[in-house]
Design a binder for this molecule. Structure first.
Ligand SMILES: *[C@@H]1O[C@H](CO)[C@@H](O)[C@H](O)[C@H]1NC(C)=O
Ligand SMILES: *[C@@H]1O[C@H](CO)[C@@H](O)[C@H](O)[C@H]1NC(C)=O
Ligand SMILES: *[C@@H]1O[C@H](CO)[C@@H](O)[C@H](O)[C@H]1NC(C)=O
Ligand SMILES: *[C@@H]1O[C@H](CO)[C@@H](O)[C@H](O)[C@H]1NC(C)=O
Ligand SMILES: *[C@@H]1O[C@H](CO)[C@@H](O)[C@H](O)[C@H]1NC(C)=O
Ligand SMILES: *[C@@H]1O[C@H](CO)[C@@H](O)[C@H](O)[C@H]1NC(C)=O
Ligand SMILES: *[C@@H]1O[C@H](CO)[C@@H](O)[C@H](O)[C@H]1NC(C)=O
Ligand SMILES: *[C@@H]1O[C@H](CO)[C@@H](O)[C@H](O)[C@H]1NC(C)=O
Length: 280
């Protein structure tokens, strides 16, 4: 159930940076959005759309936002969105045997009846989710605590904290909750003020420094964990097209403007900000 652990970790990280309801059109603000990402659309079921821009839980079909099909409802597996998810079943379910179904939830070695149940590229063979051709494509194909070794495409035990690792971020060789930093597996949010933290490919400024202490990785400057600066972008600045500082996000004014937006912090969010962003 590695993806579940991944999801939990992701949720924790997203919660930490306090932007869970407002990024990527994920869980819907309800009632319909008041504020959302600049440039995003927020069309409801029945309203017009152009391939995208429909609110979470709906999809764009033939120029109109349509409610997603429910679990066990009929679907057409050839209809997919940009991310390759079933268009009609949405991101939560897949379309298998012409029904919206929970798919890809069994891992390597789990008992199965059909391949759509198995994670990654695993196949249901002899009643078990099994590697195809005895090779893995990515870590979803491997049992818990294992990653897919890019070199020989075999499932290999993950490394422990402090073990030697390579810098390749796409290979999850360090165990869940840790990252490869300068050749060693380091736990997320474990570094203190002044610790070297140079971020590399796949590591963000918030991954490794202790964000509870208000730290981020100043990889462009001191290359150490530093306090997040408190200076905010002036509210009179229109951030659409201009952007905000790395600790803020640009949201459109009144949830409707596509030309005017203001910066809001997403790290240490004050009650005032939370109210403004309709998070409370
Ligand atoms: C798409 O919409 C047009 C007009 O809006 C309609 O004539 C057509 O039947 C629709 N196609 C499908 C597949 O629903
Ligand atoms: C599924 O969708 C494709 C593409 O729109 C279409 O050609 C095909 O007829 C559909 N299949 C069924 C069973 O509706
Ligand atoms: C199966 O794996 C071997 C190496 O383990 C590889 O040489 C071969 O091309 C693979 N076959 C298929 C069909 O992927
Ligand atoms: C693949 O490589 C890893 C590390 O390089 C090694 O531990 C493992 O035994 C190899 N597996 C196979 C099947 O060769
Ligand atoms: C880890 O890397 C260091 C430095 O390259 C090396 O001295 C050490 O032997 C390595 N340890 C293991 C267990 O491979
Ligand atoms: C680091 O600096 C580069 C070049 O000035 C800039 O493009 C990039 O956005 C900066 N990254 C962060 C995280 O501040
Ligand atoms: C923000 O900008 C406005 C207009 O330029 C200015 O009057 C105001 O003092 C600025 N606020 C802060 C906190 O800098
Ligand atoms: C936001 O919407 C309210 C009510 O619709 C309106 O009174 C206000 O002027 C709007 N603010 C901006 C900056 O557009």
């Amino acid at each position: 159930m590695k993806t579940i652990f991944n999801s939990i970790l992701l949720i924790v990280i997203v919660l930490v940076i306090g932007s869970i309801r407002l990024s990527n059109g994920e869980p819907p603000p309800s009632p319909p959005c008041k504020l959302y990402n600049a440039g995003a659309k927020c069309q409801l079921a029945g309203q017009p759309c152009e391939n995208e821009g429909c609110i979470y839980g709906t999809h764009c079909f033939n120029g109109t936002c349509v409610k997603n099909t429910e679990l066990n409802g009929k679907c057409n597996a050839t209809l997919k969105d940009k991310e390759g998810n079933s268009l009609e079943c949405g991101s939560l379910f897949g379309c298998a045997n012409q029904k919206c179904t929970i798919e890809q939830y069994l891992e390597n070695g789990d008992a199965c009846t059909d391949s759509y149940q198995c994670l990654g590229t695993l196949e249901c063979t002899g009643g078990k989710c099994t590697l195809k051709n005895n090779t893995c494509k990515d870590s979803n194909d491997c049992p818990y605590d294992h990653y897919c070794n890019e070199k020989n495409h075999s499932c290999t035990p993950e490394l422990a904290l402090g073990d030697n690792c390579t810098q390749k971020s796409q290979v999850r060789e360090c165990r869940l909750g840790s990252r490869c930093l300068n050749g060693k597996c380091v736990a997320y949010f474990s570094l203190k003020e002044g610790d070297p933290c140079l971020w590399t490919e796949g590591i963000t400024i918030f991954d490794l420094c202790d964000i509870e202490l208000g730290l981020y990785c100043d990889g462009n400057g001191t290359k150490k964990c530093e306090k997040i600066p408190s200076s905010a972008t002036n509210e009179s600045v229109n951030c659409i097209g201009l952007g905000c500082n790395p600790f803020e996000k640009c949201y459109c004014v009144n949830g409707s403007s596509t030309t005017k937006g203001t910066c809001h912090p997403f790290t240490v969010v004050s009650l005032e900000d939370r109210t403004k962003l309709s998070l409370v």
